[in-house]
Design a protein around this ligand. Structure first.
Ligand SMILES: Nc1nc2c(ncn2[C@@H]2O[C@H](COP(=O)(O)O)[C@@H](O)[C@H]2O)c(=O)[nH]1
Ligand SMILES: [Zn+2]
Length: 343
C-alpha cells in the first residue's frame, strides 16, 4: 500500500493517506495551533484538502473525548468518515466541504458556549454526528424540485421532507454496517436505536420548510430554559439549524465563495425547472436574483432571528450576532444605493 504524506506548512498538520482513495490510516498528528483554530467560527475551510478535512473531523471526535467515552474504535471512526466522504456528491454547494463546514460550526459552538459543562456528552455526540450526516447524497435539487418533478424520493416519502428523509436513510445504511458503525459499542442506556432516532430528529429539523415551526418551539421554551430538562433538548435542533446556514457569520473570505457555490446550484436548478416546464423557484432564478438581494432577505428573515434567540440563551454569541447584523446592514445599504442610482 502506498502512503502519501500530506504536509501543510502553514498550520503544521501532518497526516498520511492512501493516495488512491483518500482513506486515512491511524498515523495522525495535528498541531495544537490547528486544534485551537478548529474550535473557532473563523476557521477557513478553503485552506484544506479533502484528505486533511477527514483528519480534522477525526480530531473533533477525539478532542471532545468521544473515543474513550463511547468506546469508538479509531478504525471504525475512520471507516465511518470515509463512507461519509464517499456519499457526498461532487456538486457546487451540498458537498463534502459543506458537510465539514456545518460540522465545524457545530464543533465551534460547542466550545464557544461551553456546552461540555452543560449537556450530556451523548447529546454532543448526536449533534456532531447529525451535522456530519445532515446532507448525505444531496443531488443539488431541493425539496420543491423533488416534489414538483415527482422524483422517486418525493414518491417514496410522500412529499414529506424527501431530501432530509433520504439523508437519514443513507446515514442509517452507513451505521448499519458493523465496520462503520461508530455507535456499535454504546452502553444499553444509549442504544444504537435511540442514538439513530435522535440523529434523525436533528437531520429532519434542517428542512427549511420547518424553519418557523422549529424556531417557535425553541422560543416557547426559552423563558424557562433548563439544560437538565429532557423536554428542552430542542436546543439540539436549533444548533444544527444555525450551523447549517451560518456561512454569513463567517469571515468575508470564507462566506463569499460559499455564496457563489450556492447560487451556482440554485441557478442550475432553476435552469432545469425552466427546461422541464416546472414551476421556477423564485429565489433560484438567475434572471431575478442578485447576491445582495438574496442575502439581505435570507439574513433578515432566516439567519438573524436564529442568532437573536440563541444569543438570549448564550450571551457569548452576541459577537457572532453583531457580525450578522453588520452583514445585513451593509447589504441593505448596497441594495438601497443601487436602487437610487437606477431611479
Ligand atoms: N440565500 C441563502 N440561502 C441559504 C444560505 N445558507 C443556506 N441557505 C439556504 O438554506 C438551506 C439550508 O439547508 P441545507 O440543509 O439544504 O443545507 C440551503 O439549501 C439554502 O436554501 C445563504 O447564505 N443564503
Ligand atoms: Zn446543509
Amino acid at each position: 500500500m502506498r502512503f502519501v504524506k500530506i504536509h501543510t506548512k502553514m498550520f503544521g498538520i501532518i497526516c498520511y493517506s492512501y493516495s488512491s482513495c483518500h482513506r486515512l490510516c491511524s498515523s495522525l498528528e495535528v498541531s495544537e495551533e490547528v486544534r485551537q483554530y478548529l474550535k473557532t467560527p473563523t476557521f477557513d475551510n478553503w485552506q484544506w484538502e479533502d484528505a486533511e478535512i477527514m483528519v480534522l473531523l477525526q480530531v473533533m471526535y477525539t478532542d471532545l473525548d468521544f473515543i474513550p467515552t463511547f468506546n469508538i474504535e479509531p478504525e471504525v471512526l475512520q471507516q465511518f468518515l470515509f463512507e461519509i466522504y464517499r456519499r457526498y456528491n461532487n456538486i457546487p454547494f451540498h458537498n463534502f466541504k459543506h458537510c465539514f463546514c456545518v460540522t465545524q460550526m457545530m464543533y465551534g459552538l460547542i466550545w464557544l458556549t461551553d456546552l461540555r459543562s452543560k449537556m450530556d456528552s451523548i447529546d454532543l455526540l448526536i449533534m456532531l454526528t447529525s451535522a456530519v450526516c445532515h446532507d448525505l447524497d444531496h443531488m443539488g435539487y431541493n425539496n420543491a424540485y423533488q416534489i414538483n418533478a415527482r422524483t422517486e424520493l418525493a414518491l417514496r416519502y410522500n412529499d414529506i421532507s424527501p431530501l432530509e428523509n433520504h439523508h437519514c436513510a443513507v446515514a442509517f445504511e452507513i451505521l448499519e454496517r458493523t465496520e462503520s458503525n461508530i455507535f456499535r459499542n454504546l452502553s444499553t442506556d444509549h442504544t444504537e436505536f435511540i442514538m439513530s432516532t435522535d440523529c434523525f430528529r436533528c437531520i429532519l429539523a434542517t428542512d427549511m420548510s420547518r424553519h418557523n415551526e422549529v424556531l417557535n418551539k425553541f422560543k416557547s421554551i426559552l423563558p424557562v430554559f433548563d439544560f437538565t430538562n429532557k423536554d428542552h433538548r430542542d436546543l439540539m435542533t436549533i444548533l444544527i439549524k444555525v450551523s447549517d446556514i451560518s456561512n454569513e457569520a463567517r469571515p468575508m473570505e470564507v462566506a463569499e465563495p460559499w455564496l457563489d457555490c450556492l447560487l451556482q446550484e440554485f441557478f442550475n436548478q432553476s435552469d432545469v425547472e425552466k427546461l422541464e416546464g416546472l414551476p421556477v423557484t423564485p429565489f433560484m432564478d438567475r434572471d431575478k436574483v442578485t447576491k445582495p438581494s438574496s442575502q439581505t432577505g435570507f439574513i433578515r428573515f432566516v439567519l438573524l432571528p436564529l442568532f437573536i434567540e440563541l444569543a438570549n440563551l448564550f450571551p457569548c454569541l452576541e459577537v457572532l450576532k453583531s457580525k450578522v447584523w453588520r452583514k445585513l446592514f451593509r447589504g441593505l445599504v448596497f441594495v438601497h444605493t443601487n436602487k437610487i442610482r437606477k431611479d
